[in-house]
Design a protein around this ligand. Structure first.
Ligand SMILES: NC(=O)c1ccc[n+]([C@@H]2O[C@H](COP(=O)([O-])OP(=O)(O)OC[C@H]3O[C@@H](n4cnc5c(N)ncnc54)[C@H](OP(=O)(O)O)[C@@H]3O)[C@@H](O)[C@H]2O)c1
Length: 389
């Protein structure tokens, strides 16, 4: 296993970390972790050098933290550092901070958490956390010795990412959705570089886009990859691209069986910072273009159409539709669309047409919203998806 200095800390993390979010489950029931198999998986990871594990309040429908507490018995707790997160979306008042934190410590069966993160920060939740004086609360917890270091995971755009980093001097780590398809979305490469320059440890989460980049790629993508490195799998391409970047402290993958874990352990040994050749970088760019060309809605996420007077989350709706096409993954797209809820899905559109006037791409937004809803909602009612995080 390779280890990298973890931001400002006098500690090195394994280049591969383990996300406790995609464990083996019974009968596709996301809450029903197959404990014996999952414990073996986690302990195999630790026995092979992984020293960073990431969980959260909501993973496996609130069973991940409790599972991890059990998996880390028998001396395993002392071998690793673990992270969990404040479920920002559930916090309604300042007293909730203690309530969630105390419950998490009980679930994990610990009195000290190494890393505590704000979960999935986006504009509203960061504003709310500031209003509830989260940072003062966290500093008290660190002074009391119950939290080691603090950070945040992020799902918004670069300007907010930069602002969050600039708002506080003592972040130790951040987690960003980072893979070759998302290099220019959310925090993006710009964010990764900015955070690393400021001394934060940067964790790349969703390195395979939650599994979408691990699937057999479409024919054209396969050809591009095999013309440069015939024997390299799609998973290896995704991981090589990440470990090539000096700014990445750790790649966090959610591995759901021993075979995946062993493959990723092997790949980490084969990768190195700056190890990708120019032709390999070119292949990644071409593969990305080939994937993106499968999206039929040319939304650039400029967000000029927002706010929609009815609250329709227009660019998100289009993004989920495109996700279904690009990765041939209707199930995830439907699940993500389901999370938008009745208040912001496409059914709220009243055909007022304000968005159409504002769209620089001149998209027929109202017609497209109708198509998206037909594909993503009608069928979403029949099939329940697994939450992405
Ligand atoms: N804080 C946040 O906002 C947030 C959001 C998302 C994730 N996370 C954290 O980040 C972690 C990583 O994200 P992720 O789980 O989405 O990571 P990921 O590595 O992008 O996706 C994991 C999935 O990729 C597939 N996979 C991984 N290795 C493979 C291999 N060698 N061969 C074939 N398939 C492979 C598996 O899919 P199948 O199971 O389909 O085989 C696995 O479940 C999560 O587990 C969680 O801890 C945090």
């Amino acid at each position: 296993m390779k280890y990298k200095k973890f931001g400002k800390l006098d500690w090195s993390a394994s280049a591969l970390g383990f996300g406790i979010m995609r464990l083996p489950v019974k009968d596709k029931d996301y809450s029903a972790i197959i404990e014996k198999e999952a414990v073996e998986l986690v302990r195999h990871a630790i026995d092979n050098g992984i020293n960073y594990l990431d969980t959260a309040w909501n993973y496996h429908r609130e069973n991940s933290e409790g599972f991890l507490g059990k998996a880390l018995a028998d001396g395993y707790r002392e071998k690793v550092r673990i992270a969990t997160k404040m479920p920002c979306w559930l916090v309604e008042k300042p007293e909730d901070l203690d309530r969630f934190f105390d419950e998490q410590m009980q679930r994990l069966n610990i009195e000290h958490i190494d890393f505590y993160l704000l979960h999935a920060l986006q504009r509203d939740w960061w504003d709310k956390m500031k209003k509830f004086r989260y940072l003062d609360w966290a500093e008290r917890k660190m002074a009391d010795g119950v939290i080691g270091n603090i950070g945040f995971s992020f799902h918004d755009k670069f300007p907010l990412f930069k602002q969050i980093i600039d708002d506080y001097d003592n972040w130790t780590l951040c987690m960003v959705q980072h893979n070759y398809m998302d290099a220019d979305r959310e925090a993006g490469i710009r964010g990764v570089k900015y955070a690393a320059d400021k001394g934060l440890a940067v964790i790349a989460m969703e390195p395979m886009r939650g599994g979408q980049l691990a699937k057999e790629p479409p024919k054209d993508v396969k050809q591009i990859f095999s013309s440069v490195a015939p024997n390299r799998s799609a998973v290896e391409w995704a991981l090589h691209w990440l470990w090539d970047q000096k700014e990445i402290s750790l790649v966090l993958s959610g591995m759901s069986n021993l075979q995946q874990l062993q493959q990723n352990l092997k790949t980490v040994d084969e990768c190195s910072v700056g190890g990708m050749t120019p032709s390999e970088h070119k292949a990644i760019s071409r593969a990305k273009e080939a994937y993106e060309s499968k999206a039929s809605i040319g939304c650039t996420d400029c967000r000029y159409c927002l706010p929609c007077p009815e609250g329709v989350a227009i660019p998100f709706v289009f993004d989920y539709f495109n996700t279904a096409e690009i990765y041939d993954d209707l199930r995830t797209a439907k699940a993500m669309y389901g999370f938008l809820g009745e208040d912001s899905n496409a059914a709220k559109c009243t055909l007022c047409g304000k968005c159409v006037e504002l769209c620089p791409q001149r998209l027929s937004i109202m017609d497209l919203l109708k198509d998206c809803h037909a594909l993503l909602y009608t069928e979403a009612k029949k099939e329940e998806g697994q939450p992405k995080d």
